[in-house]
Design a protein around this ligand. Structure first.
Ligand code: NCD
Length: 331
């Protein structure tokens, strides 16, 4: 595969400010990687000799495993860090922890942290590439990219499509990155959920706000059913889980009122019976497991592009720092 010369980012911190050309470049590379993943060999050693570190300070199943698999499928080595059992409990800061890991010869750090902005902080304090695997309620760029890739594969160009994000918009990094990426590519976005979780302020950013799932069922091409982020909430935003499911859960009866080819997405983990019923999760409109498969391909593309960009920077350390700063300013 030829490296696309116009990819200029060493870091993937979020989708805010990422152009349509850059998103399409990454998605096109992901399509190619998805094809490779479906071949018997499943590997392309394009990142042989590189080492990636997974730095996860929050729980993860899909994101962590798929970043690890993506790196290995590209021939890179992977080291895994979990906050539990590390020296973080002894008072070590995030920057010191990351600098120590980087000192072992790391080329890319993949970070998940509850604090918004922590990947950016690391990008300013490390020399290696930094990829955001979710920073609190802020951004989760690779999740949005795999969502968009899945939409493109099932429904074609996202331009002009209406994508509804349902649920906990207030605390969802998946929502924020989806809004950025989808709007950049020309999709219409509706956010829908209880008013305690969906701020009318979103209208200022060109997003339609709705408080009734029933009212938008026949208008959206895609429903992305977000998990209620109980772990980020201080006060419970609705009286009971049953009430939420009654008003905002996707079920067979609601699905029957949607467009004929409607696509059902969910970032996972799903809570069957809450955001959606099992028959919808496992039904023919659902692309939930396809999203997971696409996640590996999207993360291969992200690592390949960011690490490829970094290795085009001159190896001289002094120059490296200057160019790195320049990259950060332009990124
Ligand atoms: C999402 C996350 O962690 O933000 N999950 C994921 O990465 N697959 C969504 C969620 O946890 O609800």
């Amino acid at each position: 595969m030829d490296y696309p010369g116009h990819w200029q980012r060493r870091h993937l911190l979020g989708l805010e400010g990422v152009s349509a050309t850059e998103i399409i470049t990454l998605l096109d590379a992901a399509v190619e990687f998805r094809r490779i993943l479906d071949e018997p060999g499943r590997k392309r050693p394009l990142l042989a000799g590189k080492t990636c570190a997974n730095l996860f300070f929050e729980n993860s199943t899909r994101t962590r495993l798929s970043f690890g698999l993506a790196a290995r499928r590209l021939g890179a080595d992977v080291v895994d860090f979990s906050a539990a059992g590390s020296s973080v409990s002894k008072g070590e800061t995030l920057i010191d922890t990351a600098r120590n890991i980087e000192a072992m010869g790391i080329d890319a750090v993949i970070v998940r942290h509850s604090c918004p902005g922590s990947p950016k902080l690391l990008s300013e304090n490390l020399r290696c590439c930094v990829l955001n695997a979710g920073d609190g309620p802020h951004e989760h760029p690779t999740q949005a990219l795999l969502d968009i890739l899945t939409i493109r594969q099932r429904l074609g160009d996202v331009k002009g499509l209406t994508v509804a994000l349902i649920g906990d918009i207030a605390h969802s990094r998946t929502a924020r990155s989806n809004i950025q990426g989808l709007q950049t590519l020309g999709a219409n976005v509706i956010v829908c959920g209880p008013s305690t979780l969906v701020s009318a302020e979103w209208e200022k950013f060109g997003v339609e706000v709705s408080y009734s799932l029933d009212a938008i069922l026949d208008r959206a091409d895609v429903f992305n059913l977000l998990r209620i982020q109980f772990e980020r909430q201080v006060v419970r935003p609705f009286p009971s889980i049953r009430e939420y499911a009654y008003l905002y859960g996707m079920n067979a009866e609601r699905l029957a009122r949607c467009k004929k080819d409607v696509l059902i997405l969910a970032p996972g983990p799903i809570n069957r019976g809450l955001e959606l019923t099992p028959d919808v999760a496992d039904g023919s409109h659902s692309a939930i497991l396809d999203q997971v498969s696409n996640g590996v391909a999207v993360r291969m593309a992200a690592l390949w592009l960011c690490l490829g960009c970094a290795s085009r920077v001159a190896p001289d350390p002094a120059r490296h720092d200057v160019e790195a700063r320049h990259d950060d300013e332009s990124a």
